[in-house]
Design a protein around this ligand. Structure first.
Ligand code: ARG
Length: 276
Protein backbone atom coordinates (compact mmCIF):
# COMPACT_ATOMS: atom_id res chain seq x y z
CA UNK A 1 0.00 0.00 0.00
CA UNK A 2 1.42 3.39 -0.89
CA UNK A 3 1.72 5.96 1.84
CA UNK A 4 -0.86 8.11 -0.01
CA UNK A 5 -3.64 5.63 0.56
CA UNK A 6 -2.57 4.57 4.02
CA UNK A 7 -5.40 4.41 6.53
CA UNK A 8 -4.63 6.11 9.81
CA UNK A 9 -6.20 5.15 13.09
CA UNK A 10 -6.79 7.24 16.16
CA UNK A 11 -5.53 5.95 19.48
CA UNK A 12 -7.43 7.67 22.27
CA UNK A 13 -5.17 9.70 24.54
CA UNK A 14 -5.20 11.28 27.95
CA UNK A 15 -3.92 14.85 28.03
CA UNK A 16 -3.12 17.31 30.80
CA UNK A 17 -3.83 21.01 30.18
CA UNK A 18 -3.61 24.24 32.17
CA UNK A 19 -6.10 27.07 31.54
CA UNK A 20 -4.27 30.34 30.67
CA UNK A 21 -6.18 32.35 33.31
CA UNK A 22 -2.95 34.10 34.35
CA UNK A 23 -1.33 34.17 30.91
CA UNK A 24 0.62 37.29 30.02
CA UNK A 25 4.09 38.13 28.71
CA UNK A 26 5.95 39.84 31.52
CA UNK A 27 9.47 38.58 30.74
CA UNK A 28 11.32 37.37 27.68
CA UNK A 29 13.12 34.03 27.63
CA UNK A 30 12.70 33.26 23.93
CA UNK A 31 12.71 35.47 20.80
CA UNK A 32 8.91 35.33 20.44
CA UNK A 33 8.25 37.00 23.79
CA UNK A 34 7.95 40.77 23.79
CA UNK A 35 6.65 42.18 27.08
CA UNK A 36 5.88 45.47 25.29
CA UNK A 37 3.32 43.74 23.07
CA UNK A 38 -0.18 43.54 24.61
CA UNK A 39 -1.70 40.15 25.34
CA UNK A 40 -5.45 39.51 25.41
CA UNK A 41 -5.79 36.99 28.24
CA UNK A 42 -9.51 36.49 27.60
CA UNK A 43 -8.85 35.66 23.97
CA UNK A 44 -6.04 33.31 25.04
CA UNK A 45 -8.53 31.49 27.29
CA UNK A 46 -11.14 31.28 24.50
CA UNK A 47 -8.58 29.91 22.03
CA UNK A 48 -7.33 27.42 24.60
CA UNK A 49 -10.92 26.30 25.27
CA UNK A 50 -11.39 25.57 21.56
CA UNK A 51 -8.34 23.30 21.64
CA UNK A 52 -9.67 21.56 24.77
CA UNK A 53 -13.10 21.13 23.16
CA UNK A 54 -11.50 19.75 20.02
CA UNK A 55 -9.69 17.04 22.01
CA UNK A 56 -12.90 16.17 23.84
CA UNK A 57 -14.91 16.03 20.60
CA UNK A 58 -12.38 13.54 19.21
CA UNK A 59 -12.92 11.30 22.23
CA UNK A 60 -9.72 12.10 24.12
CA UNK A 61 -9.66 12.53 27.89
CA UNK A 62 -8.42 15.87 29.22
CA UNK A 63 -7.24 16.45 32.79
CA UNK A 64 -6.65 19.91 34.22
CA UNK A 65 -4.05 21.38 36.51
CA UNK A 66 -5.00 24.54 38.41
CA UNK A 67 -3.14 27.60 37.04
CA UNK A 68 -1.06 29.57 39.55
CA UNK A 69 -0.94 33.39 39.54
CA UNK A 70 2.56 34.67 38.80
CA UNK A 71 3.38 31.67 36.59
CA UNK A 72 2.17 32.91 33.19
CA UNK A 73 3.97 30.16 31.25
CA UNK A 74 2.25 27.40 33.20
CA UNK A 75 -0.27 27.16 30.34
CA UNK A 76 2.48 25.35 28.41
CA UNK A 77 1.71 22.03 30.08
CA UNK A 78 4.03 20.13 27.77
CA UNK A 79 6.92 21.53 29.78
CA UNK A 80 5.57 20.32 33.12
CA UNK A 81 6.83 16.72 32.95
CA UNK A 82 7.46 13.75 30.68
CA UNK A 83 5.14 10.78 31.21
CA UNK A 84 6.06 7.42 29.70
CA UNK A 85 4.66 4.02 30.77
CA UNK A 86 2.91 5.78 33.65
CA UNK A 87 6.30 6.99 34.95
CA UNK A 88 6.55 10.71 35.61
CA UNK A 89 9.83 12.50 35.06
CA UNK A 90 9.47 15.94 36.61
CA UNK A 91 10.82 19.09 34.94
CA UNK A 92 13.60 21.40 36.08
CA UNK A 93 13.62 24.69 34.21
CA UNK A 94 16.63 26.62 32.97
CA UNK A 95 15.09 30.02 33.68
CA UNK A 96 14.30 31.21 37.21
CA UNK A 97 10.98 32.68 35.98
CA UNK A 98 9.64 29.17 35.40
CA UNK A 99 11.36 27.30 38.24
CA UNK A 100 8.23 26.97 40.40
CA UNK A 101 6.33 25.17 37.65
CA UNK A 102 8.35 21.96 38.07
CA UNK A 103 7.23 21.26 41.68
CA UNK A 104 3.69 22.46 40.91
CA UNK A 105 3.31 19.86 38.17
CA UNK A 106 4.87 17.12 40.31
CA UNK A 107 2.32 17.93 43.02
CA UNK A 108 -0.49 17.43 40.52
CA UNK A 109 0.87 13.99 39.62
CA UNK A 110 1.23 13.00 43.28
CA UNK A 111 -2.36 14.08 43.94
CA UNK A 112 -3.68 12.20 40.91
CA UNK A 113 -2.56 8.67 41.54
CA UNK A 114 0.83 8.58 39.83
CA UNK A 115 3.27 6.72 42.07
CA UNK A 116 6.44 6.40 40.01
CA UNK A 117 7.84 9.91 40.07
CA UNK A 118 11.32 11.35 39.63
CA UNK A 119 12.22 14.82 40.84
CA UNK A 120 15.16 15.68 38.56
CA UNK A 121 18.46 17.21 39.58
CA UNK A 122 19.45 18.16 36.01
CA UNK A 123 17.77 20.59 33.64
CA UNK A 124 15.00 19.18 31.45
CA UNK A 125 11.96 21.08 30.23
CA UNK A 126 9.61 18.14 29.96
CA UNK A 127 8.00 17.39 26.65
CA UNK A 128 9.16 20.72 25.35
CA UNK A 129 12.41 18.89 24.67
CA UNK A 130 11.53 15.19 25.08
CA UNK A 131 9.46 13.66 22.29
CA UNK A 132 8.49 10.02 22.61
CA UNK A 133 8.46 7.70 19.58
CA UNK A 134 7.81 3.96 19.56
CA UNK A 135 11.47 3.17 20.19
CA UNK A 136 13.16 6.30 21.46
CA UNK A 137 12.91 9.48 23.38
CA UNK A 138 14.14 12.25 21.07
CA UNK A 139 15.71 14.96 23.19
CA UNK A 140 16.47 18.57 22.30
CA UNK A 141 19.60 20.29 23.53
CA UNK A 142 21.35 23.56 22.84
CA UNK A 143 18.99 26.04 24.48
CA UNK A 144 17.09 24.53 27.43
CA UNK A 145 17.41 20.85 28.43
CA UNK A 146 20.94 19.69 29.18
CA UNK A 147 22.85 16.56 28.18
CA UNK A 148 22.92 15.58 31.85
CA UNK A 149 19.15 16.00 31.84
CA UNK A 150 18.98 13.60 28.90
CA UNK A 151 21.08 11.03 30.77
CA UNK A 152 18.85 11.37 33.82
CA UNK A 153 15.78 10.80 31.61
CA UNK A 154 17.26 7.69 30.02
CA UNK A 155 18.10 6.18 33.40
CA UNK A 156 14.66 6.84 34.87
CA UNK A 157 12.49 6.09 31.83
CA UNK A 158 14.53 3.13 30.59
CA UNK A 159 14.16 4.22 26.98
CA UNK A 160 17.05 5.12 24.69
CA UNK A 161 17.38 8.91 24.62
CA UNK A 162 18.67 10.39 21.36
CA UNK A 163 20.13 13.87 21.80
CA UNK A 164 19.46 16.33 18.97
CA UNK A 165 21.23 19.67 18.73
CA UNK A 166 19.01 22.69 18.05
CA UNK A 167 20.76 25.60 16.36
CA UNK A 168 18.19 28.39 15.94
CA UNK A 169 17.11 30.33 19.06
CA UNK A 170 13.60 30.84 17.59
CA UNK A 171 13.19 27.04 17.84
CA UNK A 172 14.52 26.67 21.35
CA UNK A 173 12.53 23.56 22.31
CA UNK A 174 12.52 20.35 20.29
CA UNK A 175 8.71 20.53 20.02
CA UNK A 176 9.02 23.70 17.95
CA UNK A 177 11.21 21.90 15.40
CA UNK A 178 9.88 18.34 15.27
CA UNK A 179 6.61 16.51 15.93
CA UNK A 180 5.90 12.81 16.36
CA UNK A 181 3.03 11.74 14.08
CA UNK A 182 2.93 8.05 14.89
CA UNK A 183 5.14 5.52 16.66
CA UNK A 184 7.94 5.82 14.15
CA UNK A 185 6.89 8.67 11.94
CA UNK A 186 7.91 12.28 12.48
CA UNK A 187 7.88 15.66 10.77
CA UNK A 188 10.64 18.21 11.25
CA UNK A 189 12.39 21.26 9.90
CA UNK A 190 15.94 20.18 8.95
CA UNK A 191 17.17 23.80 8.91
CA UNK A 192 17.01 24.07 12.70
CA UNK A 193 19.26 21.10 13.55
CA UNK A 194 23.04 20.72 13.52
CA UNK A 195 24.45 18.72 10.56
CA UNK A 196 25.12 15.71 12.80
CA UNK A 197 21.64 15.74 14.24
CA UNK A 198 20.17 16.04 10.74
CA UNK A 199 22.11 12.94 9.76
CA UNK A 200 20.76 11.10 12.82
CA UNK A 201 17.19 12.08 11.92
CA UNK A 202 17.68 10.94 8.31
CA UNK A 203 18.97 7.61 9.55
CA UNK A 204 16.16 7.05 12.06
CA UNK A 205 13.34 8.45 9.94
CA UNK A 206 14.23 8.23 6.23
CA UNK A 207 10.56 8.70 5.34
CA UNK A 208 9.91 11.77 7.54
CA UNK A 209 7.75 14.70 6.50
CA UNK A 210 10.15 17.61 5.96
CA UNK A 211 8.58 20.93 6.87
CA UNK A 212 9.17 24.11 4.90
CA UNK A 213 10.65 26.98 6.93
CA UNK A 214 7.48 29.07 6.38
CA UNK A 215 5.34 26.39 8.05
CA UNK A 216 7.83 26.04 10.89
CA UNK A 217 7.78 29.84 11.35
CA UNK A 218 4.07 29.78 12.19
CA UNK A 219 4.77 27.00 14.70
CA UNK A 220 3.39 24.31 12.37
CA UNK A 221 5.63 21.72 13.99
CA UNK A 222 4.17 22.44 17.41
CA UNK A 223 1.56 19.80 16.66
CA UNK A 224 -0.22 16.97 18.45
CA UNK A 225 -1.05 13.74 16.63
CA UNK A 226 -3.37 11.00 17.85
CA UNK A 227 -2.29 8.70 15.04
CA UNK A 228 -4.87 10.06 12.63
CA UNK A 229 -5.85 13.61 13.57
CA UNK A 230 -3.01 16.11 13.65
CA UNK A 231 -3.83 19.28 15.55
CA UNK A 232 -1.58 22.10 14.33
CA UNK A 233 -1.60 25.89 13.95
CA UNK A 234 -4.03 26.76 11.16
CA UNK A 235 -1.49 29.02 9.41
CA UNK A 236 0.69 25.98 8.59
CA UNK A 237 -1.23 25.26 5.40
CA UNK A 238 1.67 23.71 3.48
CA UNK A 239 2.31 21.24 6.25
CA UNK A 240 -1.40 20.40 6.46
CA UNK A 241 -1.27 19.56 2.75
CA UNK A 242 1.77 17.30 3.24
CA UNK A 243 0.00 15.52 6.10
CA UNK A 244 -3.16 15.00 4.08
CA UNK A 245 -1.07 13.38 1.35
CA UNK A 246 0.16 10.88 3.95
CA UNK A 247 -3.35 9.94 5.00
CA UNK A 248 -3.45 12.04 8.16
CA UNK A 249 -6.33 14.34 9.02
CA UNK A 250 -4.85 17.77 9.82
CA UNK A 251 -6.99 20.09 11.95
CA UNK A 252 -5.97 23.76 12.02
CA UNK A 253 -6.18 25.53 15.36
CA UNK A 254 -5.85 29.26 16.12
CA UNK A 255 -3.77 29.94 19.24
CA UNK A 256 -2.47 33.36 18.18
CA UNK A 257 -2.37 34.77 21.73
CA UNK A 258 -0.34 31.86 23.09
CA UNK A 259 2.10 32.29 20.23
CA UNK A 260 3.12 35.56 21.91
CA UNK A 261 4.70 33.43 24.65
CA UNK A 262 6.44 31.24 22.09
CA UNK A 263 4.10 28.28 22.20
CA UNK A 264 1.18 26.68 20.41
CA UNK A 265 -0.83 23.44 20.26
CA UNK A 266 1.78 20.98 21.47
CA UNK A 267 3.12 23.30 24.16
CA UNK A 268 -0.36 23.46 25.70
CA UNK A 269 -0.73 19.68 25.77
CA UNK A 270 1.01 17.09 27.92
CA UNK A 271 0.28 13.48 27.02
CA UNK A 272 -0.17 11.15 29.98
CA UNK A 273 1.12 7.82 28.65
CA UNK A 274 0.08 4.70 30.49
CA UNK A 275 1.89 1.40 29.91
CA UNK A 276 0.75 -0.13 26.59
N1 ARG B 1 7.48 31.07 27.21
C1 ARG B 1 7.75 29.65 27.31
C2 ARG B 1 9.24 29.43 27.39
O1 ARG B 1 9.97 30.13 26.75
C3 ARG B 1 7.13 28.92 26.18
C4 ARG B 1 7.20 27.45 26.29
C5 ARG B 1 6.60 26.75 25.13
N2 ARG B 1 6.44 25.38 25.36
C6 ARG B 1 6.90 24.39 24.59
N3 ARG B 1 6.57 23.17 24.88
N4 ARG B 1 7.71 24.61 23.60
O2 ARG B 1 9.71 28.56 28.07
Amino acid sequence: MSSETRTRTTRLRRYLMCRPSHFEVTYSINPWMDPAKPVDTELAVAQWESLRDLYLSLGHTVEFIEPIAGLPDMVYAANGATVVDGKVLGARFRNAERAAEGPAYLDWFRANGFTELWDPTEINEGEGDFLVTGQHVLAGQGFRSSRDGHAEAQEFLGRPVVGLELTDPAYYHLDTALAVLDDDEVMYNPATFSPGSRAVLERLFPDAVLAEPRDAAVFGLNAVSDGRNVMLPEAATGLAEQLRARGFHPIGVDLSELLKGGGSVKCCTLELREPR
